[in-house]
Design a protein around this ligand. Structure first.
Ligand SMILES: Nc1ncnc2c1ncn2[C@@H]1O[C@H](COP(=O)(O)OP(=O)(O)O)[C@@H](O)[C@H]1O
Ligand SMILES: [Mg+2]
Length: 257
């Protein structure tokens, strides 16, 4: 009997973790979403240029063909409107994903992300260490969005250590309470690190140094953290690697500010 309940519980936990993984995977398709948006906008833009060129050619005729030129202008208006509609759709999409706030333990969020990244961690032979403050004050936040941020920082850290062979590939994840009712989460790696120039660029949308990268992770992560009233920033190390860390106001703490 005991064994059975025990097994049921384990299965339930696994199922929950898998559902969570699927959920995060859906959010992670932001990158794909971005490229399809780019595609949708670039089509009408290309048509705009084509029709403008055609219009100029009709006007350059002797005598100019005004009716054809007029038709080109109509198409230009139509494509301009189409590009505008795509932008409007994106806007409403972004609005809809306003964070759903609930009480959240960031230590738990970190642990769950580590469960999900377990396979990647092993595949890249990375040692993960955690220093999570006991009794960390809870924050108010959207669990999936904040886990997406942690996931991206962890994956970036792992990827930054891909080429490292002369030192241990160590990833350290810390959490601690900060002054004036904030908590801090830091993800520290011993990877290739950041120079002056990349320090400034990492948050730019589409900035990536990876062949298969989208360059959207950090810019999305920063906007998520800022929508939660927090701050996300990188720290370059003097020796090896980088730390990306964020602070969030604790539950109830934001009202006191
Ligand atoms: N921990 C890190 N160490 C070194 N460089 C990093 C780290 N995290 C991010 N970067 C740099 O910032 C870029 C943008 O990161 P991100 O927005 O997550 O997009 P992506 O991971 O798709 O490249 C990366 O391509 C990399 O050059
Ligand atoms: Mg990334």
């Amino acid at each position: 009997m005991l064994d059975l309940t025990e097994r049921k519980r384990a299965e339930e936990a696994l199922r929950k973790a898998q559902a969570e993984l699927a959920h995060i995977a859906r959010v992670m398709t932001m990158g794909e979403l971005a490229s399809s948006i780019a595609h949708e906008v670039s089509q009408p833009l290309a048509a705009l240029v084509t029709n403008s060129n055609a219009g100029l050619r009709w006007l350059a005729r002797d005598p100019p063909d005004l009716e054809e030129a007029r038709e080109c202008l109509r198409r230009i208006i139509r494509d301009g409107k189409r590009a505008g509609e795509v932008i409007t759709r994106i806007r409403s999409l972004v609005k809809k994903s306003a964070p759903a706030k609930a009480r959240l333990d960031l230590n738990e969020a970190v642990q769950e992300v580590l469960l999900i990244t377990n396979a990647e961690v092993r595949r890249h032979r990375v040692f993960v260490r955690t220093e999570l403050a006991a009794a960390l004050p809870p924050v108010q936040g959207d669990r999936v969005q904040l886990q997406q941020v942690i996931l991206d920082l962890v994956m970036n850290g792992i990827e930054a250590m891909r080429e490292v062979t002369d030192r241990p590939r160590e990833l350290l994840i810390r959490s601690r309470p900060e002054e004036s009712s904030h908590v801090l989460v830091a993800v520290q790696d011993r990877g290739i690190g950041l120079d002056e120039q990349s320090l400034e660029r990492v948050f730019e949308a589409f900035y990536t140094t990876k062949p298969e990268g989208m360059g959207m992770g950090l810019s999305i992560s920063r906007s998520i953290i800022e929508a939660h009233g927090g701050r996300l920033w990188p720290v370059a190390h003097r020796d090896y690697g980088a730390t990306f860390q964020f602070t969030l106001p604790t539950e109830g703490g934001s009202q006191q500010v």
